[in-house]
Design a protein around this ligand. Structure first.
Ligand code: SF4
Ligand code: FES
Length: 357
């Protein structure tokens, strides 16, 4: 029958790791011990990677105090590689490392005389750097400080739980209790205090900028609200205004200085009448223009035409332009736009429709 040997094709960590670091010491290529548990390094998830490391993985598994390192093997034809046998020999003999290479060789250089059970050996070898968290409350074995590993292993009952092992380590001085979660949070908080201050300052600046933006938005919104919703009647010119002295209109003709501001033409008509004519077209409300050359008002919208006295004569305008009340305040001409006079209603001859000058 052909000779075969076993090679590991798959390795994993079962729940219950006490983060003792032993496996990483035995086989760092495969195991990485982190804060809360041990993990398999990504390259070691492939069979081609684990096969040549079979001896080291087995040593690590045997040294795991809580036996959570699991692996799967296959039978491979042929004898076991010679290097594997060589790497096992020093360890089997319990002698210090005298040669060879790899993780197995490293294991052959014990720090102290190994205890009988490899699980205790693995734990004791590494517990000084990563003690178990539960140790302070599980001191079931009291040993003198720095007691030999063998004494610790001997004192522990067979199959002792992990917290008892940790207690033994603390009692022996090989380990120190892991800080409690509260202590770790406090120390981390202290180290982050500076960063927290920075965050608060940045937060204050951001808050100030935010409130400035809000104030600007409210201001703009208020201005927009006033523009769109507040009646503009207060901004319109008063309905009654002084149009100047009567002597400012000495000649027959149309005076346009109040058209833009007050919507009024002051017209001195032949026959010495002074009237105030509205600049609103009686067709659909456009603003006609005074054409000096043609001596007429001409509406640009639909072509309505009005004589100088405001009477329509062309285009769709249905009636003459309206006139406003005029009166005298001393030597000043006063126009009151709240009172209108319409020619078709025979109002142009009423007092106030004109001033005789
Ligand atoms: S030896 Fe076992 S208990 Fe220790 S870190 Fe590795 S897997 Fe975890
Ligand atoms: S609005 Fe003036 S002619 Fe139509």
């Amino acid at each position: 029958m052909a000779e075969t040997h076993k090679e590991i094709v798959k390795v994993w960590i079962a729940p219950g790791c006490i983060v003792c670091d032993a496996c990483e010491t035995d086989c760092p290529e495969v195991f990485e011990v982190q804060e809360e548990t041990c993990i398999i390094r990504p390259p070691a998830l492939k069979a081609d990677f684990t096969k040549p490391l079979t001896p080291s993985i087995i040593v690590a598994a045997e040294g795991c105090p809580v036996e959570v390192i699991k692996f799967e093997t296959i039978d491979v034809e042929g004898p076991e590689p010679a290097a594997w046998k060589e790497s096992k020999e020093p360890a089997a003999a319990g002698a210090p490392a005298g040669g060879g290479g790899g993780a197995a060789a490293k294991k052959a250089a014990p720090v102290y005389d190994g205890p009988p059970d490899p699980k205790w050996a693995g734990l004791l070898r590494t517990a000084a750097t990563r003690p178990h968290a539960a140790t302070p409350n599980a001191a079931t074995v009291i040993l003198p400080a720095k007691a030999p590993a063998e004494a610790i292993a001997t004192a522990l009952p067979h199959g002792a739980p992990p917290d008892a092992i940790g207690a033994a380590m603390v009692g022996s001085g090989y380990a120190r209790p892991r800080p409690s979660i509260a202590d770790r949070i406090r120390s981390k908080g202290a180290s982050l205090a500076g960063a927290a201050d920075m965050t608060r300052r940045e937060f204050s600046i951001a808050l100030a900028i935010g409130w400035s933006c809000v104030a600007a938005f409210v201001g703009l919104f208020g201005a927009a609200f006033q523009t769109f919703f507040v009646p503009k009647v207060t901004k319109e010119p008063p309905s009654t205004f002084r149009a100047g002295k009567v002597t400012d209109f000495p000649d027959v003709g149309v005076y346009e200085q109040f058209k833009g501001t007050n919507g009024v033409w002051i017209v001195r008509l032949p026959g010495s009448q002074l009237v105030a004519i509205s600049d609103i077209c009686t067709h659909l409300g456009c603003i006609p223009n005074w054409l000096q050359a043609d001596q007429k008002f001409k509406c640009p919208c639909h072509g309505s035409g009005y004589h100088m006295n405001g009477v329509n004569f062309e285009g769709p305008a249905p009636r003459p332009l309206e006139r406003f009340k005029v009166s005298l305040d001393g030597e000043f001409l006063v126009v009151d736009k709240s009172i209108k006079y319409r020619q078709e209603l025979q109002q142009w001859n009423l007092p106030g429709a004109f001033i005789a000058v």
